[in-house]
Design a protein around this ligand. Structure first.
Ligand code: NIG
Ligand code: FE
Length: 460
């Protein structure tokens, strides 16, 4: 028998029942029917050298070329192997939870007073307090701002590290993290430094976003314009700690003109742009994001058909002009955990994902992990919600949570697919076929996580 020699490498994964490469995407996010193409290889394998993939393909080829001299070989028989999840939208640095608000929103307090129970809990009168009314009354985001301001940088590090550990266990290998619970320069910087430090010390790759314009803090209650000026004044200092600048465009938060002023200044200073838009109302955020060349516009539970068409047109234009440095594509980051958790689901809210995808809008999905509107950092649960609440197919959802989410962070040259030369971020799922991932919800299917070439979850 011929002795196997093969090429030296660090880690080889073989025999995956389904290897989802998400490869061959052009230099732009997947759109339309492309979102249903997972680049699936049955009985697939991959080889990793250092932090990168050196080969991805049929298991037999990988085995004969690499397995003989590999430092470690993982047998993924009966399992799905795919890229690590990219969560393109989180508010993961915060102190304190908001249990009382949860009960108030459920109507627990008023329901008990009114004697409403069981089936009656679904009537609008018994729904309890509205999320934006809680904010108006000085609660919501502002409650978390008080708790976060009171926490030291070390305390925030400890709390956030725990969240990141949970995210990693559930398969997230890259996550965007926003500031926005400081709302003054000192505390916004404190949060960005927590992100910076954890980005260096934690296995998850963190992409930092400055969200000073998350809410108007109590001290500027009567002078929101003054707060907008203040935020713009902080930009030169925070730009060294953030890759993106984001604004919460919403009634009760910041209006279109204010959002535009902040984002234009941020862009001028070299920050890339994101925007919270259409979470509760369509205030024209998608149009603004397109005009300014934002990398993503997030939420879009409410958005006009006209703006969706414009987003699709932009994507088509960028695809046509391949690679030339015109304004880039703007990805729609949908966050189905939010309308679900705020009970504004399918009937009353939720993004028009089907229309977007059918028009050709590039769609990604994320958790929006935060203590107010989506307390789960689990991308697997969000993926199931994207199927059930947004009508996306399991294939579209996987594209949206990997390669398209990487595009929503301007990071698709490094992550989001299993391709030679990219960072080796890999999940081994204990399911024989990828449809099981979104179908059997509420449990984690992640058995092994490989991040930048190293096993960080599973059999270390
Ligand atoms: O994306 N909308 C603004 N920010 C978060 C919620 C933050 C909070 O309630 O603490 C969101 O939904
Ligand atoms: Fe958000």
């Amino acid at each position: 028998m011929k002795k196997k020699t093969g090429k030296q490498c660090d880690l080889v994964v073989v025999n995956a029942s389904e290897l989802l490469t998400l490869a061959d995407a052009p230099h732009m996010p997947r759109t339309g029917g492309e979102m249903r193409d997972l680049g699936l290889i049955r009985n697939g394998g991959l080889a990793i050298e250092g932090c990168e993939f050196v080969a991805v393909g049929p298991s037999r080829e990988i085995e004969s070329k690499y397995a003989g001299k590999a430092k470690r070989v993982i047998d993924a028989s009966g399992k799905v192997v795919m890229p690590g999840f990219v969560d393109p939208h989180t508010h993961a640095v915060f102190a304190g939870w908001r249990d009382r608000e949860w009960v108030m929103r459920l109507g627990g307090i008023c329901n008990a007073e009114l004697g409403i129970r069981n089936a009656e809990h679904r009537t609008p009168q018994s729904r309890g307090m509205d999320y934006l009314d809680v904010l108006k009354a000085g609660g919501g985001i502002l409650e978390t701002v008080s708790a976060t301001r009171a926490a030291s940088q070390e305390e925030l590090m400890t709390i956030t590290k725990k969240h990141l550990d949970t995210m990693l266990l559930h398969g997230t290998t890259t996550a965007e993290v926003k500031s926005g619970y400081g709302l003054d320069l000192e505390n916004e910087i404190k949060i960005l430094k927590v992100i910076e430090a954890l980005g260096e010390g934690h296995p998850i790759r963190l992409i930092p976003t400055f969200l000073g314009a998350h809410a108007v803090p109590a001290e500027y209650k009567d002078d929101p314009e003054g707060y907008v000026e203040a935020v713009m004044g902080w930009l030169p200092e925070v730009k060294t700690l953030a890759r993106f600048c984001d604004v919460f465009l919403e009634e009760g938060a910041f209006n279109l003109a204010q959002a535009e002023r902040i984002l234009v200044r941020a862009k001028g200073l070299g920050l890339a742009l994101k925007l919270h838009a259409g979470e509760f109302k369509d205030l024209g955020g998608a149009g603004l994001a397109l005009r300014l060349g934002a990398t993503s516009v997030d939420h879009l539970d409410y958005v006009s058909e006209e703006d969706m068409v414009k987003m699709a047109r932009r994507a088509k234009r960028v695809q046509r002009l391949k690679g030339s440095k015109v304004q880039g594509v703007t990805v729609a980051v949908l966050l189905p955990g939010v309308p679900f958790f705020l009970r504004r689901g399918s009937a009353s809210g939720g993004a028009s994902a089907r229309v977007m995808i059918d028009l050709g809008v590039p769609v990604a999905i994320g958790t929006d992990f935060n203590p107010g509107t989506c307390p789960t950092p689990n991308m697997q649960l969000i993926m199931t919600l994207a199927c059930l609440e947004l009508g996306m197919t399991p294939e579209e959802v996987i594209s949206a949570a990997t390669i398209n989410a990487a595009h929503a962070l301007g990071y698709a040259h490094r992550v989001g697919s299993l391709e030679v030369g990219k960072r080796a971020d890999v999940l081994i799922l204990d399911v024989p076929t990828y449809t099981r991932l979104t179908y059997q919800f509420g449990v984690s299917h992640v058995e092994t996580v490989i991040k930048t070439g190293k096993v960080v979850v599973g059999d270390l």
